[in-house]
Design a protein around this ligand. Structure first.
Ligand SMILES: Nc1ncnc2c1ncn2[C@@H]1O[C@H](COP(=O)(O)OP(=O)(O)OP(=O)(O)O)[C@@H](O)[C@H]1O
Ligand SMILES: [Mg+2]
Length: 396
């Protein structure tokens, strides 16, 4: 047990950021996702899609869902980091079901999977394929999954597929090539961030799960954590863990706003004395998302069929470039039309997130890039940044 946890009298680490389903907090949005997955299995429909920003709880939700499945009734394969060709994906799924299949052709692999599905059905079991980080699935592989999902007996489907992914997945699913798959999606859930009230309830819930101890949270602390984290659970955990450490260093059993500020600073955030400005908050989220990505690279999430691609190179800290405000007059103004929108260094979903914009933010369009990407400039007076966003998520 770490010193600071002992100091607070916890029996467990309340803000660990590995997906532990004992700590599952049923917010309205997570409840919706969980019951939709249950519905998918009961109704034997084709596809479910769960979309959420990084750290909103997609993996944990599916883990909780898996924990509640009865192995006598449902068999599942879980694939993570699926930047896989159709053959590789089929192999990964077969391997997870304990079927050897190396180096076989796509048709052979497909036939093996079909036989497996038919056999399971005969035994009265349902089969689920869960693909996490599905935004990384190539379009071609997604299309093969659709074909696989077509397998059915005279009255029911032989398998259900669950795709979990970041907002880029939705973008991918909207592409012309995948319109047939889109029609097969019967469950589509978007996980949203916690509200301020949920953030408070979440913090209290995790603390009580970890044995409560003798920790006291200053009422103002909750609001500050919410401001920094925007209600994203992983970011709340990172901030709260560090705030506990900061309080421990002060020998304080009370977690005060200053401890959260110190926590925020320790993950590379600038905190202004006069309060936390909105810009700093959003920059913070960008930074924390990078920090958490870094942390998570290489972390094994589920034991079954995990494909981990550790990121070895260090990610850069978020740097705000010196920018000149573009000249007024004649410029094109657009507004963010989704709750959160990643601004990236380059016009690609692989590029680093340098800032997170919110719905309604006003952007000046600097140039049009490849496909639907646009380079934009954002400012709210004190702070300026430019980068690339997907033009699908803005409106005039
Ligand atoms: N509903 C929840 N209850 C309790 N903890 C949660 C919840 N949602 C998220 N968390 C916490 O946040 C962490 C991040 O969640 P998770 O890994 O599921 O996010 P994700 O949406 O899969 O992110 P990514 O897109 O980066 O894979 C979890 O490990 C957990 O600690
Ligand atoms: Mg995940």
């Amino acid at each position: 047990m770490k010193d600071y946890l002992e100091f607070f009298g916890f029996s467990d680490d309340p803000f660990k950021i590995t997906p532990d389903s004992h700590y599952f907090f049923l917010s309205e949005s997570h409840q919706e996702a969980l019951s939709s997955l249950k519905y998918l299995v009961e109704s034997e429909e084709g596809f479910a899609v769960i979309i959420g920003e990084p750290g909103t709880g997609k993996t944990l939700t599916v883990r909780k869902f898996i924990d509640d499945l009865s192995p006598d009734e449902v068999r599942f394969a879980y694939v993570l980091f699926p930047n896989l060709s159709p053959e590789e994906l089929f192999e990964a799924i077969l391997e997870d079901f304990g079927i050897k299949s190396e180096g076989e052709t796509k048709n052979k692999l497909f036939a093996k999977l079909r036989d497996f599905l038919v056999n399971e059905r005969k035994r009265g079991r349902k089969v689920l394929i869960i693909i996490d980080e599905a935004q990384n699935l190539p379009v071609e592989t997604l299309e093969e999954l659709r074909i696989l999902s077509n397998l059915e007996t005279s009255d029911t489907k032989l398998l259900q597929i669950i795709l979990l992914g970041q907002p880029e997945l939705e973008e991918k699913l909207n592409s012309q090539e995948l319109r047939q798959l889109r029609q097969r999606i019967t469950v589509f859930v978007k996980l949203r961030n916690f509200t301020e009230e949920e953030t408070k309830a979440y913090i209290d819930f995790r603390i009580s799960k970890a044995g409560r101890g003798n920790v006291k949270i200053n009422p103002k602390t909750y609001g500050l954590v919410y401001k920094f984290s925007l209600g994203i659970p992983r970011l709340i955990n990172i901030l709260m863990e560090r705030a506990l450490m900061a309080a421990f260093v002060d020998s304080s059993h009370e977690i005060k706003p200053k401890h959260v500020e110190r926590a925020a600073e320790s993950v590379g955030l600038r905190v202004r004395k006069e309060g936390v400005s909105r810009n700093v908050v959003y920059l913070a989220v960008g930074g924390l998302i990078l920090a958490s990505l870094l942390f998570f690279a290489g972390t094994k999430v589920l034991e079954k069929n995990v494909r981990v691609e550790p990121v070895t190179q260090e990610r850069k800290a978020v740097v705000i470039p010196e920018l000149k405000t573009p000249e007024k007059g004649g410029e094109k103004i657009v507004y963010v039309s989704v709750p959160m929108l990643n601004m990236r260094e380059r016009p690609s979903t692989d590029a680093d997130v340098i800032y997170v914009l919110r719905e309604g933010d006003e952007l000046k369009v600097i140039e049009n890039g490849p496909e639907t990407w646009i380079k934009v400039f954002y400012s709210d007076g004190n702070f300026e940044i430019e980068g690339w966003v997907n033009g699908k998520y803005v409106r005039r």
